[in-house]
Structure formats: structure tokens, C-alpha cells
Design a protein around this ligand. Structure first.
Ligand code: IPD
Ligand code: CA
Length: 280
């Protein structure tokens, strides 16, 4: 059930505040020489430590501001809800970019209702995605529209535009870490790539989906996303007038997500669905 309007406003404010704080932490405390040693396991460990530290910060702040709510994050440590709301957070989305100092990583914070541990059994009601390097902060609450706050503090309301046809569309996607899943993703990509203008693999699912809301990508699909990768960006996109689903009638789940403006979404969903069916 959707929380009442005033509570939704509070949830959005909290998401924006804590995402910004965690964003500052991961930028300010990123060791300058992390990329130099990236072939060593220590570099990966530092990323894991920063992931955990950012999540601990998010959990502590959310615990102070909203003690009754549940918590689910990408790293260790969750908490069951004593309210209808659970916070679903990705402390660093785009960890490989973070390791290489590529400025396309994000903190994603969403308030959701339902059970986020069960694919398809939940939905976001407020959320924020911040790229702490560029300062871009995407935020939304159910029924409140989608907004981009720039590094200069200006607010721009987002609305997905009239998209091009699929053949002229710039499509985002991503790949998981498991080699078998990558083989399957590559098989689908073989069918999608000849049908679009081009493909981008930016490295942060949360930023990819917000990019569709902003118009810097036309559409996006990916297999294997977890709740924390998609929760906040899903709401940013739908509040901007976009469509975010799984295949066919399915809700967005790790099986597949497809994102785009209404006029493009159906075409991409069909191509991805047929590619999956042909190859499975
Ligand atoms: C990953 C990124 C990537 C996507 C992967 C995610 P992480 O999250 O969002 O773009 O392709 O599926 O797992 O590991 O950087 O938090
Ligand atoms: Ca992620």
C-alpha cells in the first residue's frame, strides 16, 4: 500500500539526504592511488571496504531517521521492517568504474513497499540516485514527478521525450559477473545490436536507467539486476513518464528489465524477448 502524501515527501527527502552523504564519503575517502594497484587483490578489497563503509553509513542514518523501517543492501546486514517501508540501497553501483576512477558510479537509495527479497513482490515509492563525481542527483516519489538536481543545486523536472524508432535508438545494457550469465547476455546482444543505433555499457545500472529518464540514453535492458540496482532508478524513470517492466506481462525482476519511453519500450521488449526465446 502506498504511504500517504506527507510520508512520501519525507521518504524522498530522506533518500536525497542520505544518498548525498554516502556519495560524499565514497568520493572523499577513495584512495587516490586505487587505480594504480588495480591488478592487485588489495585494490578490490579497498573497493569492498568502501562499499561496506558506505552501506554502514546509510544504515546508521536511515536507522536514526526512520527506525521503524526495514533495510536491504547489497552488502552484508539487513533488518526486517516494523513499518510498511523497507530501504533498498546500493552503496556503490558501478564498482568497477569506482576502481578505475571512471566517473560513472552512484549511490542508490530507495524506499519500497512489499518484500524486496522476493522478485516481483515489491515496488519503489521514493528514491534517489546520486553520481557523486558529477554532482547529478536524480530523485522521485510516487506521484511527485522525477527530478534532476545538478551540482549547482538547480532542479530540472524530467520527462521522457518522443523517442526515435528502435533502429535510431541509443540503447544501454550491462553484463553480470558470472561467466555463464555473460554468455547468455552476449547471445541476446547479438540479436539486439544490429537493430539499434548503437549500444552503451556505462557500468552502473542505476545511472543507465536514470539516463533513459533524462534522455541521454533512449532505452535500456539488462538481465540479472538485483533489487538494489534498480529500485530508485525504476521510480525516477516511471515518474518521468517512462515504462519499466520485465518480459511480457512480468514485473521487473532479475530475469530481465526493459526500460524506455512508451513508444519505444514495446519494440525493445519484443526484440529482447524473441532473442531470449530463440537462444534458450
Ligand atoms: C553492477 C552495475 C553494472 C551492471 C551489473 C551490476 P555493481 O552493479 O550496475 O552496470 O551491469 O549487473 O551488478 O556490482 O557495480 O554494484
Ligand atoms: Ca549494483
Amino acid at each position: 500500500m502506498l504511504p500517504p502524501g506527507e510520508e512520501l515527501e519525507e521518504l524522498e527527502r530522506v533518500a536525497v539526504a542520505v544518498a548525498g552523504e554516502a556519495g560524499r564519503l565514497i568520493v572523499d575517502e577513495r584512495p587516490r592511488d586505487l587505480g594504480v594497484s588495480k591488478t592487485k587483490s588489495t585494490a578490490t578489497d579497498i573497493v569492498t571496504v568502501m562499499d561496506q563503509r558506505a552501506q554502514d553509513l546509510l544504515r546508521a542514518r536511515l536507522g536514526e531517521l526512520r527506525p521503524q523501517d526495514g533495510f536491504l543492501g547489497e552488502e552484508e546486514g539487513g533488518a526486517a521492517a516494523r513499518s510498511d517501508v523497507t530501504w533498498v540501497v546500493d552503496p556503490i553501483d558501478g564498482t568497477v568504474n569506482y576502481l578505475y576512477a571512471l566517473p560513472a558510479y552512484a549511490v542508490s537509495v530507495a524506499a519500497v513497499v512489499g518484500n524486496p527479497a522476493t522478485p516481483g513482490a515489491w515496488q519503489p515509492v521514493a528514491g534517489a540516485v546520486v553520481n557523486p563525481v558529477t554532482g547529478q542527483l536524480f530523485h522521485a516519489r510516487a506521484g511527485g514527478g522525477a527530478w534532476l538536481r545538478t551540482g549547482e543545486g538547480e532542479e530540472e523536472r524530467l520527462a521522457v521525450g518522443a523517442p526515435p524508432v528502435l533502429a535510431q535508438a541509443l540503447a544501454g545494457t550491462g553484463f553480470g559477473y558470472d561467466p555463464e550469465r555473460r554468455r547468455e547476455q552476449a547471445r541476446v546482444l547479438v540479436e539486439v545490436l544490429p537493430r539499434v543505433r548503437d549500444i552503451r555499457r556505462l557500468g552502473s545500472a542505476a545511472l543507465d536507467i536514470c539516463a533513459v529518464a533524462h534522455g541521454t540514453l533512449d532505452c535500456y535492458y539488462e538481465q540479472g539486476l538485483n533489487a538494489w540496482d534498480m529500485a530508485a532508478a525504476w521510480l525516477v524513470l516511471t515518474e518521468a513518464g517512462g515504462v519499466f517492466t520485465g518480459l511480457g506481462d512480468a514485473p521487473p525482476t532479475p530475469d530481465m528489465v526493459v526500460a524506455g519511453a512508451p513508444a519505444l519500450h514495446g519494440e525493445l521488449e519484443r526484440v529482447v524477448r524473441e532473442a531470449r526465446a530463440a537462444r534458450s
